[in-house]
Design a protein around this ligand. Structure first.
Ligand SMILES: Nc1nc2c(c(=O)[nH]1)N[C@H]1C(S)=C(S)[C@@H](COP(=O)(O)O)O[C@H]1N2
Ligand SMILES: [Mo]
Length: 207
């Protein structure tokens, strides 16, 4: 126990020194689970991933076909608006900037809206999604995602607070207009950049 407390503090100090700990965050060695509502059940027979909106070709994949797409593995840090950060997490999935080549994004597209089982949505600017470290992730630490962490598939947007990383992903909408998602209309910041500490919007909402 004490050993873990010391290990946590030491790592946190190291991350702070390296400039990897955003303001107001503290390091956790755990992997907390956070979401609104229940955990949706995965049914392989009915599951699909759909892309629609400002794309050259609307498409859908079943789970088997999606897993046949080439993947990348990467290590990155996670920052949750509830003030925990988790460092050097290892993910495998389809890199978003590779994925879009399969259907083509129209020049009119400016925003990507993730739609999830259960109705959760979140919006991210297309240019942020095109960063090298953004992926459609399905393995964490070499294993398929735990149900609570988004099995079978989630987006991973490491440069934004973690509410922008949508669990139980079912569709990606490419849009000319911004469409604030579930938390964005309920008081969270529209951009959510952790080093600028963009936690809440001034519009208010729940919080
Ligand atoms: N579908 C869905 N995705 C979601 C959420 C949710 O409620 N539903 N919550 C978000 C929030 S607020 C956070 S902090 C992260 C938490 O991810 P984790 O449970 O894997 O730590 O998931 C995000 N993705
Ligand atoms: Mo969150």
């Amino acid at each position: 126990m004490l050993e873990n407390v010391l290990k946590r503090r030491k790592l946190e100090e190291q991350m702070r020194k390296e400039g990897r700990l955003p303001p107001g965050q503290s390091l956790t060695l755990d992997f907390p689970v956070l979401h609104y509502g229940g955990v949706p059940r995965f049914n392989e027979a009915t599951w699909d991933l759909r892309v629609f909106g400002e794309v050259d070709k609307e498409m859908r994949w079943n789970w088997k076909d999606f897993q046949a797409l080439p993947t990348v593995t990467q290590t990155c840090d996670l920052h949750c608006v509830t003030r925990w950060s988790k460092f050097d997490t290892v993910w495998e999935g389809v890199r978003f900037s590779d994925f879009v080549k399969l259907f083509g994004v129209r020049p009119t597209a400016r925003h990507v809206i993730a739609h999830c089982d259960g109705g959760y949505t979140t919006n991210v600017p297309l240019d942020v999604m095109m960063d090298d470290d953004v992926m459609l992730a399905y393995k964490f630490d070499g294993q398929y995602l735990d149900t609570e962490h988004g099995y079978p598939l989630r987006t991973l947007v490491p440069k934004r607070y973690l509410w922008k990383s949508a669990k139980w992903l079912r569709a990606l909408e490419f849009s000319a207009n911004d469409q604030p998602g579930f938390w964005e209309v309920n008081g969270y910041h529209n951009e959510g950049e952790p080093f600028q500490e963009q936690r809440f919007s001034r519009r208010g909402g729940f919080f």
